[in-house]
Design a protein around this ligand. Structure first.
Ligand code: SAH
Ligand code: SF4
Length: 346
C-alpha cells in the first residue's frame, strides 16, 4: 500500500499527527493553508516553515502530488484534459472547463467503472479500483493550480469523470469535506455536483448528509427495457425504485435534482421516448440536461442525435412543465467530453 498522503487526511487528522511529533496546532494551520490556499506541490515550497520541520513533516505526513502524464487542450484553450499517474501507476483523467461566469473541474472517482454503459468509454474498460479521497482532492488541486496560472479561480467541482461516485461514496464525501473546509480550499458545498447512474442506497445516504451538495442522476430513458440496455444498473434499481429514491431525496433536502439524458440517434431521442421521460418526471422538483451523445470509436452504431431531434425532445419536456436545457458537451475534440474518458496506457 502506498503511504497515506496528507491529501487523504482531515484537518483534525493532520493536527493530531503533528501533535504526536511535537508540533503545536498552529503548525497544522500553516500546513493546511499552504496545501489548500497556496496550492503548494511539495514541502520545499512552504518557506514559512523552518527547513528541519519541513523534512520532519515530509516524513510524518507525506504530500503526494500525482505526476502529470499528458495534457490536451481544445483549440480555444477553454477545455483542458489532464492525465495523472497515481502512486501505484494507474492513471485517471481530470477535465478543466472555463466558462464566462465559472470554472469547473470534472473529476474521476474510480479507475474504470463497473456499470458498463454501452455509450461510455470508461464503462468499456471495466472496473479497476476506487480512488482514495486524496486522489480525488489531488485532481481538484491540479485544476485549481492551472486555473490560477491563467488568472482564474475554480468555482465548481462535478463528479462526472471516470467512475461511479456513489459506489465510492466514503472517499467522495471525504474529498468534499476537505475541499469545503473553510480553513483551506473553502469551496462552498453548493459548488459540488455528484452524478450517479442511479445507485439507490447512495442517493438515500446523500439525502441524510448535512453537506448541501447537488445531485445529478443519469436517466437516459423513461422506460425500463430501454434503460436496462443503456444503464445496466437499471436491472438492480429500476425506474420506480430510482425515482422513489429521488422523491425521498427531494422531500428531505428540498433541493432540485438534475437528470442527465445523453441522446443517441434513433435509440432514445424519439417523441415517444420524450413522452416516457416526461411522464416519469412530471411534478418532480427537477431539471433536465440533454446532451447529444459523444460517439465512441468502438460503438459507431451509437450516433449523436440530430439537432432537430434534440430540440423536439426539449420542447416536449418543456411543454410538460419540466425545465430543460440543451448542453453542448465540452471537449469532444480532445476526447475530454462526457463519457470519453478512459485511462489509456500507463
Ligand atoms: N458514473 C456517473 C458519473 C460519471 S459519467 C454517471 O453515470 O452519472 C458522467 C456523465 O456523462 C453521465 O451523465 C453519463 O451518462 C454521461 N456520459 C457518459 N458517456 C457519455 C457520452 N459518450 N456522451 C455523452 N454523455 C456521456
Ligand atoms: Fe460508469 Fe457513468 Fe460511464 Fe455508466 S456513464 S459506465 S456509470 S462512468
Amino acid at each position: 500500500m502506498p503511504e497515506t498522503s496528507v491529501l487523504d487526511m482531515t484537518y483534525d487528522d493532520v493536527a493530531a499527527r503533528l501533535l504526536e511529533i511535537g508540533c503545536p496546532r498552529y503548525r497544522a494551520d500553516q500546513l493546511w493553508r499552504a496545501v489548500y490556499a497556496d496550492l503548494v506541490q511539495s514541502y520545499d515550497e512552504i518557506t514559512t516553515l523552518p527547513l528541519d520541520l519541513r523534512v520532519q513533516l515530509a516524513d510524518a505526513v507525506p504530500l503526494h502530488v500525482p505526476e502529470i502524464v499528458r495534457e490536451a487542450q481544445s483549440p480555444d484553450g477553454a477545455t483542458r484534459k489532464t492525465v495523472l499517474r497515481l502512486a501505484d501507476g494507474e492513471t485517471v483523467e481530470v477535465v478543466a472547463m472555463e466558462y464566462s461566469d465559472r470554472s469547473t473541474a470534472c473529476v474521476s472517482s474510480q479507475v474504470g467503472c463497473a456499470i458498463g454503459c454501452p455509450f461510455c468509454a470508461t464503462g468499456q474498460s471495466g472496473f479497476v479500483r476506487d480512488l482514495s479521497s486524496g486522489e480525488i482532492v489531488a485532481q481538484v488541486l491540479c485544476v485549481a493550480r492551472a486555473l490560477r496560472a491563467r488568472g482564474r479561480r475554480l468555482s465548481n467541482v462535478v463528479y462526472m469523470g471516470m467512475g461511479e461516485p456513489l459506489l465510492n461514496l466514503d472517499a467522495v464525501l471525504a474529498s468534499i469535506r476537505t475541499l469545503n473546509d473553510p480553513r483551506g480550499f473553502a469551496l462552498g458545498a453548493r459548488s459540488f455536483t455528484v452524478s450517479t447512474a442511479g445507485v439507490v442506497p447512495g442517493i438515500d445516504r446523500l439525502a441524510q448528509e448535512p453537506l448541501q451538495v447537488n445531485l445529478a442522476v443519469s436517466l437516459h430513458a423513461g422506460d425500463d427495457a430501454l434503460r436496462d440496455a443503456l444503464v445496466p444498473l437499471n436491472r438492480k434499481y429500476p425506474l420506480d425504485v430510482l425515482l422513489g429514491a429521488c422523491r425521498r431525496y427531494i422531500g428531505k433536502t428540498h433541493r432540485r435534482v438534475t437528470f442527465e439524458i445523453a441522446l443517441v440517434a434513433g435509440i432514445n431521442d424519439q417523441p415517444h421516448h420524450a413522452r416516457d421521460v416526461a411522464s416519469r418526471l412530471m411534478n418532480l422538483l427537477c431539471h433536465v440536461n440533454l446532451i447529444p451523445v459523444n460517439p465512441l470509436p468502438e460503438r459507431r452504431d451509437l450516433r449523436r442525435s440530430r439537432p432537430a431531434a434534440v430540440h423536439a425532445f426539449a420542447e416536449m419536456l418543456q411543454a410538460a412543465g419540466i425545465p430543460t436545457t440543451i448542453r453542448d458537451s465540452r471537449g469532444s475534440e480532445i476526447s475530454a467530453g462526457c463519457g470519453q474518458l478512459r485511462a489509456r496506457g500507463r
